[in-house]
Design a protein around this ligand. Structure first.
Ligand code: FAD
Ligand code: DHB
Length: 392
């Protein structure tokens, strides 16, 4: 097989890149190790920055997001028994976010690609990247037991944090910046109307809690738990009891319902630099992951491939590799802004196992300032809806 761009991974990054390239008339083949059903059902992110939603709209894949997604113009911060609103609309000149599940975007992108007759090869195995330092790289893999090779001009490594692309780069090229957090998130999906119109980020002495949603009838909720916690130790009744305690505020009450899905996710921050080697370009979680507290991971993945698509378009149209050469630097400015914001939100809102009473007072002082000061609220708001740089 031969194509212009071989894309490894059919998550948001790989699928969006394939879509953007096809709009520019650039051919690609997407390979994915999981089944179509698995990637379409995997419950993960849910918050789209304004810029992400605008890009989906502008490229003709935003119709269902516009009809089913929930537009929000603020979030709530809950701490010390009080509830405070951060008004994105007022603080960022009308910008906002859309709550729309990652798996819905994945479904929309798969549907548009397959309906145009472009290939996605699911359930591939033994994926290997070859000759990435030359102008003629290739990707070999097994499909239904048969050995296949894609010859291409460029490989896009969009295979997430546990993929093979990053590890195909020779030792000594990449520098990794890593931080582990001493806690995890237990997340549930529940068949119950959300108890709040907007997301609630809650600081509590027992640990962080988050109320989010997926639709008017489905709630998404998270609890901070110890890093080595096992989901088997959290029967549904215990989860609801803990959520009730942490999220409690005055007369407000949390409605409960059947839990449809539950799982525990580790909290890590990793960035590798540069995000390119030879003809291999890393995008999304393959190059960086953030702790989930700022809801940035999927948004960064979509932004990386938007930058990569522009660079590949210039390259294939005129042979000009200037933008490709700048790819890593262009992405990393936004990546580090999001890393800092996610670290800041995580540090302000979670209980650290080794923290003492003065640490808790410092967190509460930061929260009180954040909701009281217009400057501090604006900083949170402009980062949450997606910070747009004013300089190049
Ligand atoms: P992935 O989604 O991981 O996709 C990579 C794909 O590559 C997968 O389908 C995988 O099966 C495939 N693959 C792996 N190895 C191979 C291989 N060898 N060959 C072929 N295919 C391979 N982000 C937000 O922006 N907002 C949020 O609200 C948010 N909330 C989150 C909540 C949770 C609980 C979690 C876990 C994450 C959250 N994130 C959030 C992060 C977000 O889900 C990720 O950043 C996003 O999935 C990254 O997309 P990606 O395409 O880079 O990687
Ligand atoms: C969701 C996930 C997040 O990490 C976050 O900060 C907000 C919402 C969600 O899954 O809805």
């Amino acid at each position: 097989m031969r194509t212009q761009v071989a894309i490894v991974g059919a998550g948001p990054a790989g699928l969006m890149l394939a879509h953007l390239l096809s709009l520019e008339g650039i051919e690609s083949i997407v390979i994915e190790s999981r089944t179509r059903a698995y990637v379409e059902q995997r419950v993960r992110a849910g918050v789209l920055e304004q810029g992400t939603a605008d890009l989906l709209d502008a490229t003709g894949v935003g119709a269902r997001m516009r009809s089913e997604g929930l537009v929000h113009h603020g979030i709530r911060l809950r701490f010390g028994g009080g509830d405070h609103r951060i008004d994105f609309g007022a603080l960022t000149s009308g910008r906002g976010i859309i709550v729309y599940g990652q798996q819905e975007i994945v479904q929309d992108l798969i549907a548009i690609r397959l309906s145009a007759g472009h290939p996605i090869l699911f359930e591939v195995s033994d994926v290997r990247l070859r000759d990435i330092e030359t102008p003629h790289p290739s990707v070999s893999f097994l499909l239904d037991g048969a050995a296949m090779t894609i010859e291409c001009d460029v490989i896009a490594g969009c295979d997430g944090f546990h993929g093979v692309s990053r590890d195909s780069i020779p030792d000594g090229v990449l520098r990794a910046y890593e931080r582990e957090y001493p806690f995890a998130w237990l997340g549930i999906l529940a068949s119950v109307a959300p108890s709040s119109e907007e997301l609630i980020y809650c600081y509590h002495e027992l640990g962080f809690a988050l109320l989010s949603m997926r639709s008017p009838t489905v709630s998404r909720l998270y609890l901070q738990v110890p890093a080595d916690e096992r989901i088997g130790d959290w029967p549904d009744a215990r989860i609801w009891e803990e959520l009730q305690t942490r999220l409690a505020a005055g007369a407000w009450s949390l409605a409960e319902g059947p839990i449809i899905e539950k799982g525990i996710s580790a909290m890590r921050s990793v960035v590798v630099e540069p995000m390119q080697f030879g003809r291999l370009f890393l995008s999304g979680d393959a190059a960086h992951i953030v702790p989930p507290t700022g809801a940035k991971g999927m948004n960064l993945a979509i932004r990386d491939v938007s930058i990569l698509s522009d660079a590949l378009t210039a390259f294939f149209r005129s042979g000009d590799a200037t933008l490709l050469g700048a790819y890593s630097t262009s992405c990393l400015r936004r990546v580090w802004r999001a890393q800092h914001f996610s670290w800041w939100m995580t540090s302000m809102l979670h209980r650290f196992p080794d923290s003492d009473a003065s640490q808790a007072r410092l967190q509460l002082a930061q929260l009180a300032y954040t909701v009281d000061s217009r400057a501090a609220s604006t900083s949170l708001a402009e980062n949450y809806v997606g910070y747009e740089w004013t300089t190049t």
